[in-house]
Design a protein around this ligand. Structure first.
Ligand code: ADP
Ligand code: MG
Length: 176
């Protein structure tokens, strides 16, 4: 990636211009889910003040607590000077751009973008909880995340790899 940062002052940034490392989980199970995930990764790469620094493989898994076809999932790492809430807003706009509707809880989705980790921050507001509260229970989040960094630490929870045995029974396969 060669995209440069916009260092202009902005009230959407985290206050300092120090880029933070954030991890985003992507999931889709409507339409051409694989194409959606690949396109969404490219769209995240074009977000202001944000640089795509790593992408996991794509994984396919059966829905958990959800309806519809199998999911395609991935996790990406970005470096960003956006605040966590500004990044969440950008991700929600992207979901909408891909036609995301929320007819009911756990409905099939064209695109789901979850902010998994934001530096070493713990955030608990009405619209944003980081680390993402269910990330350690889901193979489709944990495995791609561990692929990017096998020793990653989850603030308040410890090393991510300690949760791998508990999700070993979840059926998931690497796509590309
Ligand atoms: P889920 O991803 O849990 O299946 P949704 O994508 O429908 O559900 O998200 C519902 C709400 O979760 C959003 O309105 C958003 O404000 C909130 N939310 C809280 N924490 C996060 C996070 N870390 N990443 C993404 N959304 C979050
Ligand atoms: Mg979500």
């Amino acid at each position: 990636m060669t995209k440069s940062f916009n260092h202009a002052a902005s009230n959407t940034t985290a206050g300092s211009q120090q880029a933070l490392c954030a991890y985003i989980g992507l999931g889709a199970n409507l339409g051409d889910a694989q194409a959606t995930i690949l396109q969404a990764i490219q769209r995240v790469a074009t977000l202001a003040n944000t640089q795509l620094s790593a992408s996991s493989s794509l994984f396919v898994s059966a829905p958990i607590d959800a309806d519809g076809s199998d999911y395609v999932n991935a996790v990406i790492q970005v470096k960003t000077t956006l605040s966590a809430h500004a990044l969440l807003k950008c991700l929600q706009e992207l979901e909408r751009a891909f036609g995301r509707e929320r007819p009911y809880h756990h409905a099939p989705r064209t695109l789901d973008l979850d902010l998994l980790l934001f530096g070493d921050q713990k955030i608990c507001t009405e619209e944003l909880t980081v680390p993402h509260p269910r990330m350690t229970e889901r193979a489709f989040v944990l495995l791609p995340l561990l692929q990017l960094d096998p020793f990653i630490h989850i603030p308040g929870k410890g090393d991510a790899n300690q949760f791998a045995p508990a999700i070993a029974a979840q059926v998931i396969r690497k796509l590309v």
